[in-house]
Structure formats: C-alpha cells, structure tokens
Design a protein around this ligand. Structure first.
Ligand SMILES: [Zn+2]
Length: 501
C-alpha cells in the first residue's frame, strides 16, 4: 500500500481543490482519506506537502506510435506529467496497417500492441485508426475514387483496428493521400463507428481560407455516422481568417445544442509545425512528387516561387527546424543570401523532402478564446522526442505543451478547469476506461507537481529540455519518475485497448 500524503488534490473533475491523502493499492486508487488517517506503519508514504496531486495528464493528440518503438521511455511526455498519449491522429497510424520492414514487423493493431507492451513503454498509448495509413496501404497515393474492392479493403482494415481496440477513426485531409478522398468515401468509412461510441478525429481539409466548408464537412461526417467529433488542433490559420472564429464557435455550439458531441484539442502555441511543403498553395499542394517536379525545369521552379507569394502561410516568418538553419526564419536566411523568401522556400522544398518548419499564422487572442471553450482539451500534436539527443529536436510543444497549457488555462479559468482539460475531458472523448480522475477504482496514474514552478524550457531553437516543477509521476501505482532520481525512468505504461460501448 502506498499513501500520497498531504497534497492538494486536484481530482480532474473540475471540482474544488481539497487537502487529503490518496491511498493506492496495487495499480488502483483505493481511497481518498483525511490527511494522516490512513498512514499505517507498513504503508509507503510519499510526502505531497506543498504540492498539487492530479491524475496523470492525457495527451489527446500525439504521433508517437513509431517513436515509442525506438524510445519506449517517452521521457518527453512523462517528464511533463503525461501518463497516456492518444496516438494515430491526423490520419496517420502505422500501427493499424501491416508493417513489414525495419526492426519491427506487425500484421495488425493487436500485434503492434503486443510488441509495444513487450518493450515496456513509459506512458500508456491509445491509438486511433488513421485514414491516410489505411488508404495508402490499399491504393497508394492515387488521386482517384476507390473501387468497390478497394473500399471493402479499407473498411476491413478499419474494422479490424476497431476490433483490436482502436479508439476511433482519424483523418488528415491536407495530407496525402487523404486529400484525394471525397465526402462520400469519408462518410462510408466513418459509418463503421456507428453504435460503437467511438470518435471521429479530424485534421480538417482546411484550417484557413476554406475553414467554414471544412468544419461543415467534419460535422456532416460525424452526423451521418452518428458519432462523436474531435476537431484536431483547432485553429484559424492566416491573419485574413482570424475574424472567422466567432462564427466557427457558433457553428460548433449549434451542433452541440442539436445533440452532436463535438470536442477539439489545441496546443498552446501560435506557431504550427509541419512539413515545409504545407506552404504550397493549390495546385502545387496536390503533387506528391514535388521534389521531382521542381527538379524537372526552371519553369516549374519559377511557377512555384510565384505561387508561394499567394500562400496562406507567412513564408518569410516561417522558422526552419532542420539541422544547420534550425531556429532561424526563412526571411532572415534569405536576406543574408540576397534572395527572396519564396525563392529560398522553394529551394528548401526541392532539396530536403519532409523537412519540418514552424509556421506563424495563428492569433494569440483566438488561441486563448479556443482554450477557454469547455469542450477543448490539451493535445501536443507531437511525437516523443529523445530528450538526451541534441539532434532529435522539434517544436517546443513536444516538451512544453502541458506546463504552457496549464498556466494559460489556469490564468483564465483556474487550475481545476485546466487540469480537467488535461485529464478527464480527453479520457471521456476517447472512452479511456478508469483514467483521468483521482477516484477509488481508477488507475493510479498520477502526477505530483508544483503549480508555481511548473514551467517549460523548450524553444524553437531546438532545446527540448524537460520542464521543471514536476516532483513525481506514477503509472498504474508504480513510480515512473521521481525528481530526486531524475536519470531513472520506470516504464510501466501499456497499450490501452478501447472497447466499443
Ligand atoms: Zn494534424
């Protein structure tokens, strides 16, 4: 028996904070008692005085499926107090399709789950089945409607993943090959969720110029499938679209009032982070082999340079995240080289496939307004990074989302509401059983931290440092991380299969 004694308990429900002792028996919380009442001679006592005890945080939006096989400890998330990640977002879920190359192979999500469990991950993993992975497995990057046989194959893959415990279906409709899919295709696939209680999570077809149509499409899909909708990393990209937020919020509130369950996740930063090629406007955004296209002729290159000046992205203000230019804007590097930002951007897209960049284009005021909505939970939209490897860098949201989110929401709505959005809210959106609350019978996934000292030290220049202020993280009743022995990590996470309801 373990007792975490004397902490301020923030139980994840959004209810008032209270003083108390949390008693843990094995993997679960056994009781919440008056301070001192349950401290017996044989109990292992963890002193929580002066600290806040919350349910382990749940990252509603992660992309760590493949990374967890390389770095199972997942310290990037664990050291923020995250004990569960929801992976397979934005249509990308390698775990849900057969994988036959590299160190590890699997045939199904059940296979992947067994593999992950055998590697003893540091945090729990929930997986969504991703449309891009399924479509690519069946029909490559083809820009066309699936045949009846291909549709049947995609449905079989999705049905198998759902049967193996996938929490729902995700799409990434600005990426290949999802961007080639029609509304009819998406409705047909999402309809497999009908009656399961599972969620449709979408990186919408547009988060900028066409966002109204994209939201209408997401609502139409969820309503046709009678399922819950999760809008991924909800935002309004590009200053010319910032004014659209009130109408979008009203549209979502109207859908909620009509009985549709609509939720969203959001990271607390105004820079996004994705492939640099996402700067390309139509029609160049639809060319899968863009490097090849650019290398073909100087005309192609100048066409793309001209097109980039129409991009919804702020090309010059974009921060580069790869190797030598890390942390610098395209505008600054271009000025130094005596070329235009668009020219440099085109050259970088041509030279380095898949390079990531941080795009400015979101409004701070809109972000705070989105975070205030009671149906918006925390999601980092990032992979687990290898904290000790300076070459494994990324957007600061990877190592900083949770402290930054906590303070931004706590400032507006108080710490109990901030913690609810990081725990029980995502647990209910994804139907994660017995997690997200400090409650008898729930898993003892817990974080003991100092709200005052909880702060991120990650930045755009590639510092992935862990935040400060976390004292202890527990997963299923076992010590996962203790600030007194910071180099040690206990790996007690597991794959969490989500049953149909
Ligand atoms: Zn996304």
């Amino acid at each position: 028996m373990k007792v975490i004694s004397g902490a301020t308990i923030c139980d994840g429900s959004g209810g008032p904070l209270r003083q108390g002792d949390v008693v843990i028996d094995g993997e679960k919380i056994a009781a919440i008692a008056t301070p001192g009442q349950c401290v017996t001679a044989d109990a292992e006592v963890i002193n929580g005085a002066g600290l806040m005890l919350a349910p382990g945080f749940i990252d509603a939006h992660a992309h760590s499926e493949a990374r967890m096989l390389q770095h199972p400890a997942n310290r990037t998330k664990l050291l923020q107090g995250v004990t569960t990640e929801v992976n397979g977002n934005c249509g990308s879920s390698p775990s849900c399709v057969p994988h036959a190359s590299g160190t590890y192979c699997w045939q199904s999500l059940a296979d992947y789950a067994a593999l992950l469990n055998s590697l003893q991950p540091g945090v729990n993993s929930v997986v969504l089945c991703g449309h891009n992975s399924v479509r690519e497995a069946v029909m490559g990057n083809d820009q066309r409607t699936p045949t009846a046989a291909e549709m049947a194959s995609m449905k079989a893959l999705l049905a198998a993943a759902l049967a193996d415990g996938a929490a729902g279906f995700s799409t990434g409709l600005t990426y290949f090959p999802g961007k080639f899919s029609s509304l009819a295709e998406l409705i047909e696939l999402t309809s497999l969720l009908k009656g399961t209680g599972k969620v449709y999570a979408t990186h919408m077809r547009s988060e900028g110029d066409e966002i109204e149509a994209a939201l209408a499409e997401a609502l139409a899909i969820a309503s046709a499938a009678s399922c819950r909708l999760q809008v991924s990393h909800f935002k309004t990209i590009s200053e010319r679209n910032w004014h659209k937020l009130p109408a979008l919020l009203a549209r979502i509130e109207a859908a909620r009032a009509s009985g549709l369950e609509v939720f969203a996740d959001r990271y607390p930063y105004v820079y996004s982070c994705t492939d640099l090629r996402q700067a390309l406007p139509p029609p160049y955004d639809r060319i899968p082999g863009i490097q090849q296209f650019l290398r073909e002729s100087a005309e192609h290159q100048s066409e793309v340079v001209a097109a980039l000046s129409r991009s919804a992205r702020d090309v010059a203000g974009t921060i580069l995240m790869e190797a030598a230019l890390r942390g610098r804007t395209i505008g600054a590097v271009a000025a130094e080289r005596g070329q235009s930002a668009e020219q440099l951007c085109m050259e970088l897209i041509m030279a380095v496939p898949g390079q990531r960049a941080a795009f400015l284009g979101m409004s701070e005021a809109n972000m705070r307004e989105i975070l205030r909505q009671p149906w918006v939970c925390a999601g980092s939209d990032n992979v687990s990074l290898h904290l000790d490897d300076p070459n494994d860098f990324g957007h600061p949201r990877a190592a900083g989302t949770f402290p930054v989110f906590f303070h931004m929401v706590a400032e507006a709505l108080g710490p109990a509401e901030a913690v609810r959005k990081m725990t029980s809210l995502p647990a209910s959106v994804f139907n994660i059983p017995r997690r997200g609350l400090i409650k008898p019978g729930f898993y003892a996934d817990l974080v003991l931290f100092s709200p005052e000292r909880y702060a991120s030290h990650a930045d755009y220049a590639g510092n992935n440092q862990a935040p400060e202020g976390v004292q202890m993280v527990m997963v299923a009743g076992k010590m996962a991380w203790d600030a007194r022995q910071p180099a040690e990590v206990g790996r007690h996470g597991r794959f969490i299969p989500i049953p149909a309801q």
